[in-house]
Design a protein. Structure first.
Length: 140
């Protein structure tokens, strides 16, 4: 593989809890993720459970650093930019979400590969505090 070849994260991925470092209080870690990456487009479907409800969060991004807008919680919007690392081995998604209390939540997600496993490092910050998680996913 050439040094400039970019990673492709496409596939269906299931959370490997034993290899992950999740928040003890509450976790934002999706149980599974479906990723479709093609050309300049990235589609991410996160399958999550929250308060005993299963839901899918579907986001669409472009890989050129331009702002992308997706549906947030309720009537909020998520504004994101996606950028490749210099070596094209990881993707960084920076997101801001306006909160109902007038504040803003920021989320930085870094997608990379560790062998055959997908690694998602997430840092979320808001008026409620900071949450960092290291999630490892196995391909299905």
């Amino acid at each position: 593989m050439a040094a400039s070849a970019q990673a492709n994260f496409s596939g269906s991925w299931k959370l490997n809890s034993s290899k992950s470092e999740l928040n003890d209080q509450w976790s934002m870690a999706p149980k599974s993720i479906d990723i479709k990456q093609s050309g300049n487009e990235l589609g991410v479907d996160k399958h999550v459970s929250f308060q005993n409800n299963d839901m899918t969060i579907s986001d669409k991004f472009t890989l050129d650093g331009k702002e992308c807008i997706n549906q947030g919680w309720g009537d909020t919007e998520k504004k994101s930019t996606v950028n490749w690392s210099d070596d094209k081995k990881s993707l960084v998604i920076n997101t801001s979400i306006s909160m109902r209390d007038g504040g803003t939540m920021t989320i930085k997600e870094t997608y990379s590969m560790d062998g055959a496993a997908l690694v998602l490092d997430s840092h979320a910050s808001s008026s409620y505090g900071d949450v960092e998680e290291h999630m490892v996913y196995d391909k299905q």
